[in-house]
Design a protein around this ligand. Sequence first.
Ligand code: SAM
Length: 356
Amino acid sequence: MNEPRALPITDALARPLRDLRISVTDRCNFRCPYCMPAELFGEHYQFLPRSEILTFEEIERLARLFVGLGVQKVRLTGGEPLVRAHLPRLVEGLAAIDGLSDLALTTNGVLLPDVAADLAKAGVGRVTISLDSLDEAVFRAMSGRDGYSPTQVLAGIDAAEAAGLTPIKINCVVQRGVNDHTIVDLARRFRGTGHIVRFIEFMDVGTLNGWDLAQVVTAAEIVERIGTEFPIEPAVPNYRGEVARRWRYADGAGEIGIIASVSQPFCGDCSRARLSTEGRLVTCLFATGGADLRGPLRAGASDEELAMIIASVWAGRTDRYSEERFVQTTQTTQTTQTPNGAPPARRRIEMFQIGG
Ligand code: SAM
């Protein structure tokens, strides 16, 4: 059967569509207070019913259309993607898409020892594993669960390495007063291993994490803290639009990355679309909504019609939230300012619905 092929597209600010992040579930085994706080996501919280979640076949069909429009990289995320049953089956389908050159996954890692080998066999190329601290108490506080420890994540990292899911990136969200005193230890642990720790500035995603500018440890401060212990120097980006700024250890022990969405926004190069668990096309991590693809898909739209919807949403995209974050707060009137340095509360989509 002929696959519909369209020309690669660009948005209203001339940014191409290159990456697609797919949230395969809104559920998670962690309750990180900065993303999915336990007090709001308790046992009575209603996650999406199965009927509202895209099936593997639906995800695969949409992914194929995105690739036809220029997407080269797909990242599976969530929620926690590994809590979705039979994930390797989805991976197999995605890996078979002609034109897709990079298939990655972001996970908290604790389930990796069970599935890393199957994921690699099915076609995942590499994984990013979140690990906010090696300190037991800090890790427990930041994962929002008593039952887990950093040792389990380290076992997940080992399993990923053994399965060849490399290079492994390790994501650490840095929150002042919570884990910032442990970032040098994290850097030390992975120096010389080939794994790349990426420190992420705490972001005002979603509406539930009580974000406060005072809790953001900026890229400059992270560089200074790590650099004081282990001299580092800037490295050139691997490609245009790379999310993390690269820094390499002067002694050759590898590199770290810093994702500075707050202090050094990078919207100008953003080529990422997001497909939410229930099939909305979201064009910014900080978006307030998205375009429904599941409706037309289940109503019988053809591939051409679906591709047309995707293309027109992308063509009209003007999002550059992070670059406008502080412009909004300084230029808005008193009624819309907030005391914590955050832009006026809009009903932003939560991160677990669209993935990181
Ligand atoms: N469950 C998976 C995981 O833990 O990696 C995938 C989803 S999680 C939402 C993706 C990434 O987003 C994680 O590295 C997480 O730490 C990061 N994240 C979530 N909320 C954040 C925030 N407010 N600021 C910065 N990073 C955040």
